[in-house]
Design a protein around this ligand. Structure first.
Ligand code: NAD
Length: 489
């Protein structure tokens, strides 16, 4: 495990800053000690990225694609090792960590493809309604990108940020979450091993209020890309306002899953449980509000409770475990606090919601289901970011849509029905950036990712992810032999 900052192609420091400890959330044992980057370290990293941008920003997409493929190869060669590291750092079950690493590799390869395509898009002609002019478009990298990411998918969130930025020709200073920095440092190690030019990718570990805010405020950063909570997103936006930085925000969610009376009960059980309990419910797009038609509710709830009780809880490295510990003591206290507030507000706890018996250590919480919380209650309105499902019944399509849209968030939503016309109609009326029909959560590098309302600004992934790091430039040429004629008649 690495224990230094990766700046300008070198492992350095910390010179002045202290260190912070990370724990294994399944055992609460210390896992590693990491450098807490200072304002000076951030300045050093941003200057390195700016220097590197001179060449990287001028390079051809095909050249950058070759580097991205090499990075993907480097991660692929250590797939299992990285998955195990992710489990120890974050707590998630090993099969899910393997998916994450596989998706991160896929993301680098996907953006390698888009970097190659970008060369073919340069100087693209744009038709104008005036024949005296010829216009073409250039796509140029935004400059230095400051990227700040959360702890729920440590390596995958790093890939979603770093891959499109490098593909576009931007250079990067990445700050991972202080709770889960280990795999981001391994990404830096992969870059180092392949000899990626110094300063193109810098990885700085540190605390949000210090390293994170110094990065957000740094005048040498052209673009801020942030994934995390709404309150931090709001601070990042304020910091960006000072010198009008380009910004993209991927924030929280409280996504609804509408299940109609004609849905297949067993399919609904499968997708509803996956939609809220995978990754211990620490998923921005988790479908944490279930809206079920009143006629299907008794049967579906009975089956959901039955299957939820069977979910095997334990250390993510153990075979057959489906639910690991929450990431930290802070997250554990926060989730149990929400559950206590839900009970106090009168919602019926159908199952779970406490520390499972037999677990002396580790941040484990039994998956919980609340029945009929009040629409104004905290558990129905706020993002819990843990294994807690809230269920309400509805009578009509109109009521389901109204309840689903009644949220300050708008990241994702899901709808399940045997009637494709109804599913499509409802999907069109839900105010969210990601809509799943007859499923919940599947995510592809090709498709845009992001939310409406307080769930964020902009989209990641797909070609929209690349656009986050590109400036489009028009080159308009006067090609007529005639004088323009403003004063020369
Ligand atoms: P967080 O906002 O606490 O922290 C996110 C990152 O911001 C961390 O790296 C942290 O160190 C840094 N940070 C904290 N304070 C900062 C400051 N003042 N200035 C600059 N940086 C600062 O969020 P979290 O608890 O790590 O992650 C959970 C949140 O992330 C949830 O709300 C979840 O919905 C959201 N999330 C969203 C998506 C998405 O794609 N929309 C994906 C994953 C997580």
């Amino acid at each position: 495990m690495r224990d230094q900052l990766y700046i300008n192609g070198q492992w350095v420091g910390p010179d002045l800053g202290g260190r912070f400890e990370t724990l294994d959330p399944a055992t609460e044992e210390p896992l590693h000690s990491l450098p807490a980057a200072t304002e000076e370290d951030i300045d050093h990293a941003v200057r390195a990225a700016r220097q590197a941008f001179r060449n990287w920003g001028e390079s051809r997409g095909a050249e950058r694609a070759a580097w991205l493929d090499l990075l993907a190869d480097g991660l692929e060669a250590r797939h299992e090792e990285l998955a195990v590291l992710e489990v120890r750092d974050n707590g998630k079950p090993l099969p899910e960590a393997r998916w994450d690493v596989g998706d991160a590799i896929g993301c680098f390869r996907y953006y390698a493809g888009l970097a190659r395509e970008l060369d073919g898009r340069q100087n693209e002609p744009l038709a104008l309604p005036d024949e005296r002019f010829r216009c073409s478009l250039r796509y140029e990298p935004v400059g230095v990108a400051g990227q700040i990411i959360p702890w729920n998918y440590p390596l995958l969130m790093a890939a979603w940020k770093v891959a499109p930025a490098l593909a576009a020709g931007a250079t990067v200073v990445l700050k991972p979450s202080e709770l889960t920095s280990l795999s981001a440092l391994e990404l830096a190690a992969a870059a180092d091993r392949i000899g990626l030019p110094a300063g193109v990718l810098n990885v700085v570990t540190g605390l949000g209020g210090e390293a994170g805010s110094a990065l957000a405020a740094h005048p040498g950063v052209d673009k801020l890309a942030f994934t995390g909570s709404v309150p931090t997103g709001s601070k990042i936006m304020s910091a960006a306002a000072a010198d009008i930085k380009n910004i993209s925000l991927e924030l929280g969610g409280k996504s609804a899953f509408i299940v109609f009376e004609d849905a297949d009960v067993e399919a609904a059980v499968e997708w509803v449980l996956f939609g809220i309990f995978w990754n211990q419910g620490q998923v921005c797009s988790a479908t944490s509000r279930l809206l079920v038609h009143e006629r299907l509710a008794p049967r579906l709830l009975e089956r959901l409770v039955e299957e939820t009780r069977k979910i095997r809880i334990g250390n993510g490295l153990e075979e057959g475990v489906l639910l690991g510990p929450l990431v930290s003591r802070g997250q554990y206290d926060k989730v149990l606090g929400f559950i206590a507030q839900g009970q106090a507000s009168g919602a019926r706890l159908l199952t779970g919601g406490r520390r499972p018996s037999g677990f002396e250590r580790g941040y484990f919480v039994e998956p919980a289901i609340f029945d009929e919380p009040d629409v104004d209650s905290i558990v129905w309105r706020e993002e819990i970011f843990g294994p807690v499902l809230c269920v309400k019944r509805f009578r009509s399509e109109e009521e389901a849509i109204r309840l689903a849209n009644d949220s300050r968030f708008g990241l994702a939503a899901a709808v399940m029905s045997a009637d494709p016309a109804r599913a499509a109609r409802v999907a069109n009326r839900l105010r969210a950036g990601i809509l799943w029909v007859n499923c919940s959560q599947p995510t592809f590098s090709e498709a845009p990712w992001g939310g409406m309302k307080q769930s964020g600004i902009g989209r990641e992934l797909g070609r929209w992810g690349l656009d986050n790091y590109l400036e489009v430039k028009q080159v308009t040429e006067y090609i007529s032999p005639e004088p323009w004629g403003w004063y020369l008649k």
